[in-house]
Design a protein around this ligand. Sequence first.
Ligand code: NAD
Length: 256
Amino acid sequence: MLKGKTALVTGSTSGIGLGIAGQLARQGANIVLNGFGDNATPRSAIEALGVKVDYHGADMSRPAEIVDMMKFAADRFGRVDILVNNAGIQHVAPVQDFSPERWDAVLAINLSSAFHAARLALPAMRAANWGRIINVASVQGLVASVNKSAYVAAKHGLVGLTKVIALENATTGVTCNAICPGWVLTQMVQKQLDANAAAKGWTNAQATHELLREKMPSMQFTTPEELGDLAVFFCSPAGNNVRGVAWNMDGGWAAQ
Ligand code: NAD
């Protein structure tokens, strides 16, 4: 379905971004990976799906590096048809203890980077009259949790940015939507499990049970592949008139 299209997925060296890149590649899309750490292993995993893959290591907190990444993707593949703004970080502390540097970093990576990349992707998408911008927000873009002020603010902001981009392109073939996962067992969540286990003297299994019990009625993690399939749906013809939604895949978290 996506043969001949190019998807750039930020923060795709692990976790949700890699899962989304994999599901888009299974539909034939060429992939530009981004993110920190080892990129050879994710690159080979996507290449094994029979598509072209490249990698750019832009730090998504640095606008000049985002400019370079978007130019790299256009030079390599002609244009970016599908932009998935997924890179994100977490920092947990009550507001009075929240370091201003961490606040700036969370806002830059989880929110401003999506603006910087979308700004540069839109002209070619509009010229082709086809494009998909998919912002990986969070259920915490819809409801709040304690100790996550920067993350909750950034993700609510990302849902707002999604709606504006959707509206500004509503008469074109360019759509913009947000995906709002509940807990997904990635490095980001494992760090929170480890911190909770250490603080409370729990095993990993106890920490996992408590994390799910507190927020997710399904008592099951959402998987990166399920989120990737939602991204595929947004890219399908059935998604042509899905515009500005914030679609939670959260095991019932926000329904409570
Ligand atoms: P993860 O830590 O496994 O992956 C994050 C990715 O972002 C990695 O590839 C990392 O290298 C990259 N990254 C981090 N900082 C970067 C930077 N400055 N520049 C470029 N890349 C950077 O986390 P994840 O759980 O897969 O999270 C992916 C997205 O999903 C995030 O936006 C996160 O907020 C969101 N999310 C995660 C969950 C969850 O439960 N895991 C739930 C809701 C939303």
